[in-house]
Design a protein around this ligand. Structure first.
Ligand SMILES: [Zn+2]
Length: 345
């Protein structure tokens, strides 16, 4: 069964969506906002599936109080033809519009318009999920606004965005807005342990570091993230004493691991952030499981050094967004990170 229960730690959004399904009052357009990985797209697909399922269960009340919110919400059967097609991403009436290149351009919205002008299969609810809606360029956004002003029958738009500020106010005002909140570390930890069979220690660390994003946490757990973190922290502490040639091996490793370059920089940022906060607020450490190591390194590093290194990482992140040569950016970064007390060796 696939349904609203799959939205972890989003009680209020789930309640609002359940009401719409149960009362048969589906708005023409939803706007789901919130950080990446908190369940916005899962919610959109669950809505599409429950609305199109041939055998949905809309009862939506917990079978017993002990069930809490976990089992009683509306759900799709998951095994009828529409459910299978939606799960496989091939249902003709459930479209996901994503950018091809930097933007969602007007030709995509135009071709959507002509598709929507065709008569739909009466038995289906058409869903148009735009993710992320903030990537529509101005022309595309204006074209969408026209559709939202005269919405076609039996069609539901779901716009996904980080924040309402990403969209034209005129579009926002046409949508029913639901804000998805960051998921608590406790919920993330439980999900990783129970649904992904993540080792409990790893689940705890990843949950503390995922900043409320279940998507990010799952990705981190799948990539054996804690081993990678330990590797980078070891390298960072060795950098100042290493000869230049060896430092650049680290730069090469980082530059080659293109898909994880941002995640690896994030590990470094979190490390320096912990060195900055450990003495004032030890309870806020991200890398709580290795707090001894944080204390040791923190006591040997000044706040000025931490700020310089954090700046260097931010500069590298920025350079990477401009298509700079990753190897050169990483070379420069490791040199900046190796500086200790004003000199490198
Ligand atoms: Zn079904």
């Amino acid at each position: 069964m696939i349904g609203l229960k799959d939205l972890i730690g989003q009680k209020r959004p789930v309640q609002l969506l359940a009401n719409a399904l149960q009362n048969g009052k589906m708005p023409h357009a939803w706007l789901f906002t919130g950080e990446d990985g908190v369940g916005k797209k899962t919610a959109a697909l669950a809505l599409a599936m429950i609305s199109n399922c041939q055998n949905p269960d809309l009862t939506g009340r917990p079978a017993s109080p002990a069930d809490g919110q976990s089992r009683g919400w509306p759900r799709a059967c998951g095994s009828c033809r529409p459910c299978k097609k939606i799960a496989a991403g091939v249902h003709p009436e459930v479209r996901v519009l994503a950018p091809s290149g930097p933007n969602i351009r007007i030709d995509r919205i135009r071709s959507l318009c002509s598709d929507l002008a065709l008569k739909s299969d009466e038995r289906s609810w058409r869903f148009v999920i735009i993710d992320p809606a903030g990537r529509m360029n101005a022309e595309a956004a204006n074209a969408l606004l026209k559709i939202l002003e005269e919405p076609p029958e039996h069609t539901v738009f779901v716009l996904i965005a980080a924040d309402t500020g990403d969209l034209l106010p005129t579009i926002v005002s046409r949508c029913q807005h639901i804000r998805f909140h960051p998921i608590t570390p406790v919920d993330i930890e439980r999900y990783l342990r129970d649904q992904c069979q993540t080792d409990p220690q790893q689940a705890m660390i990843v949950a503390a570091l995922a900043r409320g994003s279940l998507g990010r946490a799952i990705e981190m757990a799948a990539q054996d993230w804690s081993a990678r973190r330990d590797f980078f922290i070891r390298q960072l502490s060795k950098l100042p004493a290493q000869p230049r040639g060896l430092r650049h091996v680290l730069a090469e490793i980082m530059a080659k691991d293109k898909d994880r370059i941002e995640a690896n920089l994030e590990i470094m940022k979190n490390w320096y952030r912990d060195l900055a906060v450990y003495s004032a607020a030890p309870e806020l450490l991200y890398n709580r499981d290795i707090s001894d190591q944080v204390y040791r390194s923190g006591s040997q590093t000044t706040m000025d050094q931490i700020l310089e290194k954090t700046d260097a990482i931010a500069a590298a992140e920025k350079a990477l967004t401009t298509n700079a040569n990753a190897r050169l950016v990483m070379d420069e970064l490791v040199e900046a990170l190796a500086v200790q007390g004003g000199k490198t060796y």
